[in-house]
Design a binder for this molecule. Structure first.
Ligand SMILES: CC(C)(COP(=O)(O)OP(=O)(O)OC[C@H]1O[C@@H](n2cnc3c(N)ncnc32)[C@H](O)[C@@H]1OP(=O)(O)O)[C@@H](O)C(=O)NCCC(=O)NCCS
Length: 171
C-alpha cells in the first residue's frame, strides 16, 4: 500500500471484495454503452489484479483504473475481455473518479502511479495503450501519453483516439 501526502489517502490494488464498489464508480461515470459490466470488472480483477488500482480517501474508494495485457501491438476490442499474462502491451480500459471528487488531481495521481508501477514491476511490458475521446487527449498527454490518432475500435457513440505511453526498457 502506498501512502500519499495526506495520511487519509492511499493508492493500492482493488481487492475482489471491492470490485462491486469499483464497478459502481464506473457506472456513475460512463454512458451505459461505454461502461464495463460488473462481470467484466470481476474478470479483470481476477486475471490482472496488478492492473486494477484504486485511490482511497479515508478508506473510501473514489477513483479506479483497470486493464489487461495483450501480445498484440495495440489495444484491440478483444483485449477488453481477454488477458495474456505474458503480454508486452498493457491496455487500460477504464479510468474514472466518483463525480463528487473530480477536479482535484485524483485521476492524475492514479494514472501516474499505474505508469510507475508498470515501469518498476512489469518486466517485458513496452508500452501502455488506452482509448479516449478527443476532449481527454490533452489530459492523457499531461501524464505522459502521446496521441496516435483515431482508433479502429468502435463502441459507444463517439470516435476513440489511440493513446500510448512508452515504457523505458532499461529496467
Ligand atoms: C476524466 C476523469 C477520470 C478525470 O478525473 P479527475 O479525478 O477529475 O482528474 P484530475 O483532477 O486529475 O484531472 C482533471 C482533468 O481532466 C480533464 N478533464 C476531465 N473532464 C474533462 C472534460 N469533460 N473535458 C475536458 N477535459 C476534461 C481536465 O484536464 C481536468 O483538468 P482541470 O480540472 O484542471 O480542468 C473524470 O472526469 C471521469 O471520471 N470522467 C468520466 C469517465 C471518463 O471519461 N474517463 C476517461 C475514460 S478515457
Amino acid at each position: 500500500m502506498e501512502n500519499m501526502a495526506s495520511p487519509d489517502v492511499c493508492i493500492r490494488k482493488v481487492t475482489e471484495q471491492e470490485v462491486h464498489d469499483a464497478w459502481l464508480i464506473g457506472s456513475l461515470s460512463f454512458p451505459s454503452d461505454e461502461t464495463a459490466s460488473e462481470e467484466r470488472c470481476k474478470f479483470r480483477q481476477r486475471e490482472a489484479p496488478d492492473l486494477f488500482w484504486g485511490y482511497y480517501e479515508s478508506g473510501k474508494l473514489i477513483s479506479i483504473t483497470h486493464g489487461t495485457r495483450t501480445l498484440k501491438n495495440e489495444l484491440t476490442h478483444e483485449s477488453m475481455y481477454t488477458n495474456d499474462p505474458e503480454g508486452t502491451v498493457v491496455c487500460v480500459h477504464s479510468l474514472c473518479t466518483h463525480p463528487e471528487h473530480r477536479g482535484k488531481g485524483v485521476a492524475t495521481a492514479l494514472m501516474k502511479h499505474l505508469i510507475q508501477h508498470v515501469r518498476d514491476n512489469l518486466v517485458n511490458v513496452t508500452k501502455i495503450c488506452l482509448l479516449c475521446h478527443d476532449f481527454l487527449v490533452a489530459f492523457y498527454e499531461s501524464v505522459g501519453f502521446q496521441c496516435l490518432g483515431l482508433s479502429q475500435v468502435t463502441f459507444g457513440q463517439m470516435p476513440w483516439y489511440n493513446m500510448v505511453c512508452n515504457i523505458q526498457t532499461d529496467k
